[in-house]
Design a protein around this ligand. Structure first.
Ligand SMILES: Nc1ncnc2c1ncn2[C@@H]1O[C@H](COP(=O)(O)OP(=O)(O)O)[C@@H](O)[C@H]1O
Ligand SMILES: [Mg+2]
Length: 368
């Protein structure tokens, strides 16, 4: 099933100002494809849950339209939309066994007992909880409870699955396992899914496409690769990971994107945001893992389009990686990550280093 949001806006009475309004979602346009796994990602309060609740029918847009396939569903109550919300694991019924929990929705629909048993068994097998059928929720681990919650949603074969931070109650390790599981299960059933999280790694792991939101606005929609390596603005670049941003002036865009840095040195970039025009002030983005450090003055310029020098002001050894901060005369320290320290070079605080990066690793984005 495809889901389409057309100029969807949601206003609430402003709790701070009597008679005032606050806009939780600002004229959002989004097309979610059949079978797609899409994630709404952004900081707390940016409008993710409100958007999800409007798709589910728990909130009605102030203006705009929500379409499921070829039907405008603004006026349909939640139970007519064939969408299902997956909540955090504590939403499973404590007084029912696992089997009863999973079969509950089908029971409500008045399906025959034999059909319920078959469907429940099938879904429980895919979820890897077949052995737990007779247990009660308080006899399950957090991860098992989450599987039950997911099984209970999937058994109804909804047209659209909606997830609101379903893993936020679990510990870090279990979250990592469960997000891979959620992706696997969504793929095996092919159900169109909308997932809400404020966790970048989670969004990267599960999504076909990510919608980055800020203050009720959609900042960018793209694949995890596009969002990470071609962010459309500083907010997205910062939110999705660590980033170095060099102030530059745009010389050319498109295939042959070039810029001039503040020293007047020309730099080539692998890509430039389509909003940029020659002459624009811009930011050249390089992720820390793409910033290559070497002993001062010894940069191998064969593969690098830009280089400079600085002094190590912080180095953190984490075993598999070393994280560096460099003072290179910019507003903020530059960040570099070097992998496999055993085979690489170690630098200490105070060391003078050169840095470089490949053209492919550099992306130009607008100043805004
Ligand atoms: N029922 C409501 N009444 C008033 N304000 C609300 C209501 N629901 C959400 N909001 C406000 O709308 C904004 C977006 O909220 P929400 O969608 O829950 O954000 P998120 O899920 O991204 O954290 C917040 O500022 C929140 O306080
Ligand atoms: Mg929320």
């Amino acid at each position: 099933m495809s889901v389409r949001l057309v100029d969807v806006r949601k206003e609430f009475p402003d709790p701070e100002k009597s008679g005032g309004i606050m806009v939780a979602v600002k004229d959002m346009n989004l097309e979610i494809r059949e079978g797609e796994f899409i994630t709404l990602l952004g900081p707390s309060g940016c409008g993710k849950t409100t958007t999800l609740r409007m798709i589910a029918g728990f909130e009605i847009p102030s203006t705009g339209q929500i379409w499921i396939n070829d039907e405008m569903v603004n006026d349909q109550p939640p139970n007519k939309r064939d969408t299902t919300m997956v909540f955090q694991s504590y939403a499973i019924f404590p007084h029912m066994s696992v089997e009863q929990n999973v079969g509950f929705g089908l029971e409500l629909k008045g399906r025959p007992k034999s059909e319920i048993n078959t469907e429940v068994a099938k879904v429980m097998e895919v979820m890897g909880i077949t052995e737990l059928g007779k247990r009660r929720p308080d006899q399950l681990s957090g991860g098992q409870q989450q599987r039950v919650a997911l099984a209970r949603a999937i058994v109804n074969k909804p047209r659209v699955l909606l997830f609101d931070e379903p893993l936020s109650n679990l510990d870090a390790k279990l979250r990592e396992t469960m997000r891979v599981e959620i992706r696997r299960i969504q793929q095996s059933f092919g159900i169109t899914s909308v997932y809400v999280t404020h966790d970048q790694d989670e969004a990267m792991t599960v999504s076909d496409r990510i919608v980055v939101m800020e203050k009720g606005l959609v900042m960018q929609v793209g694949s995890p690769f596009e969002i990470y390596s071609r962010p459309s603005c500083k907010f997205v670049a910062d939110f999705i990971g660590k980033v170095n941003l060099f102030p530059v002036k745009t010389l050319s865009v498109g295939e042959d994107a070039r810029a001039q840095d503040r020293r007047g040195v020309e730099v080539s970039a692998g890509s430039a945001d389509p909003a940029l025009k020659p002459g624009d002030d811009a930011l050249l983005m390089v992720r820390p893992e793409s910033l290559v450090l070497s002993k001062a003055g010894s940069v191998d310029q064969k593969n690098s389009v830009e280089w400079g020098s600085g002094r190590v002001i912080k180095s953190v050894y984490l075993g598999s990686v070393i994280e560096y901060e460099l003072d290179a005369g910019y507003d903020k320290p530059l960040m570099a990550i070097s992998y496999d320290p055993v085979n690489g070079e170690f630098f200490k605080d105070g060391d003078e280093v050169s840095f470089s990066f490949s053209q492919r690793a550099a992306h130009m984005l607008p100043l805004r």
